[in-house]
Design a protein around this ligand. Structure first.
Ligand code: SF4
Ligand code: SF4
Length: 430
């Protein structure tokens, strides 16, 4: 039976492979350089043309996004991207809308790049891990030098040119206890209003592949990731709903209203977000660029066949089919779906393999936001703005404040902890 391609699929395109001008210590991609020992790591013009044509041909949705990533994609130089846009126009079919998203560390950006982004409506993702000391903890250059100033310079240029951008912040051992500081910095000092908080879960092994069950000291802790998100959520739900977009909160709300989460990590199955290396090699996913997940080279096999290949379908279905019972019976499965398979390397409490390393954090976060999500979902279904939840939170806070004010030292604490007030929120300085 000939399978038709999925309505839409994504391709993380790495025109310079793993080559980067920085040396971020937690980067999962730098080690992929070893896969191509003799390569110059530059996508050729012929391949760019073939890829553009095939990618557009294989899509059945009218919206098509080219996603450029690395390594550092800007190291290809501007002419490469000018040519990319030109091929996109050449192969675009009637009724199709093509956009471009580029993820960068921001260091190489200058006025010329920004003028190009602006003229071609590129959406730019910029990597920034928080205020200077938190950002510089792991995001260093090839000489081990900090990069904060250079990244901020790139970011200010994007702002100066009015480029649509979002900030990608990784959450790791150095910033996991500073959720609110990171959020305040990004919102108030940077002026960003589209934010992603991506957990660093870095397996400790020599291959750089998804194997082994210990993580590096740089990795975020599971409960630390949950607390980081909760801390930010508590601020966001009171002040910023409808004003600041935090990917994880959008995902949760989508699940609460019964929509698709819009991010493969929380979908029931995956397999529609592949990775393209500089030489045309296609892998099942950006996080599985390793020999056993090589699906084909688009010079030999058309992309439209690669995406529907049995290997790729099995990869995507395994996300659902290998879910342990603990997840299948979990009360937040509808939003979590067990998370990304790359992070499923611990055992469930009853000893079954395949539980997500971040489970404790996910469970804690999704349960914490339940009440607010229910309110926002209710508002949405009544065709009212979900931002109304902020009014509810303000009323709740006022009521709680007066309960605290009237609590006696030996009463049970109004927060519901079960402790005496004097041992909980009634403690001096609590
Ligand atoms: S393996 Fe993880 S990151 Fe890759 S497509 Fe599946 S869910 Fe997404
Ligand atoms: S919260 Fe934990 S148990 Fe529940 S679905 Fe997610 S990973 Fe599985």
């Amino acid at each position: 039976m000939v399978m038709s391609p999925p309505t839409a699929f994504h391709m993380m395109t790495k025109p310079r492979g793993a080559i980067c001008n920085l040396d971020c210590q937690y980067c999962y991609f730098l080690s992929k350089e070893k896969l191509y020992p003799d390569s110059k790591f530059r996508m050729s013009d012929n391949l760019l043309q073939a890829y553009t044509q095939q990618y557009i041909e294989a899509q059945r949705a009218p919206e098509i996004t080219f996603a450029w990533q690395g390594g550092e994609p800007t190291l290809m130089g501007l002419d490469f991207f000018r040519q990319a846009v030109s091929y996109q126009q050449q192969y675009r079919k009637r009724g199709q809308h093509i956009s471009n998203a580029l993820q960068t560390n921001g260091v190489t950006l200058d006025d010329e790049w920004c003028e190009f982004f602006h003229a071609n409506n590129f959406l730019v993702g910029i990597s920034l891990d928080g205020p200077r000391p938190l950002h510089d903890a792991y995001r260093v250059d090839k000489g081990g030098q900090p990069t904060f100033d250079r990244v901020m310079n790139g970011l200010r240029l994007l702002q100066k040119h009015g480029i649509e951008f979002n900030v990608l912040t990784t959450v790791h051992a150095a910033n996991e206890q500073h959720g609110l500081d990171v959020y305040h910095f990004l919102r108030d000092e940077v002026g960003a209003n589209v934010l992603q908080f991506i957990p660093i879960v870095e397996r400790d092994n020599a291959t750089g592949y998804q194997e082994g069950s210990t993580v590096t000291a740089r990795s975020v802790s599971a409960d630390g990731y949950g607390r980081f998100l909760v801390e930010i959520f508590e601020e966001w739900i009171r002040r910023d709903v409808g004003r600041v977009y935090v990917q994880m909160f959008d995902i949760a709300l989508a699940a609460w209203v019964g929509d698709s989460p819009g991010l493969c990590v929380f979908e029931e199955t995956c397999g529609t977000a592949l990775a393209l290396e500089h030489n045309g090699d296609v892998y099942s996913c950006d996080h599985f660029v390793e020999p056993r997940h090589f699906v084909g080279n688009l010079v030999d096999i058309p992309l439209s066949e690669i995406v529907v290949s049995n290997q790729q379908r099995q990869f995507g279905l395994a996300k659902r089919d290998t879910l342990p019972r603990f997840c299948r019976e979990c009360d937040v499965r509808f939003v979590c779906n067990g998370g990304c398979p790359k992070d499923r390397f611990i055992n469930t409490p009853d000893g079954e393999a395949g539980l997500n390393y971040l489970c404790v954090g996910y469970k804690g976060f999704f349960n914490h936001v339940r009440e607010a999500m229910n309110i926002m979902a209710r508002e949405l279904s009544a065709q009212r703005p979900p931002a109304n939840v902020m009014r509810y939170m303000a009323q709740k806070d006022t009521a709680l404040k007066s309960t605290f004010a009237s609590a006696g030292r030996n009463d049970l604490c109004p927060c519901g902890s079960g402790l005496k007030f004097k041992k909980c929120h009634g403690r001096r300085n609590a």
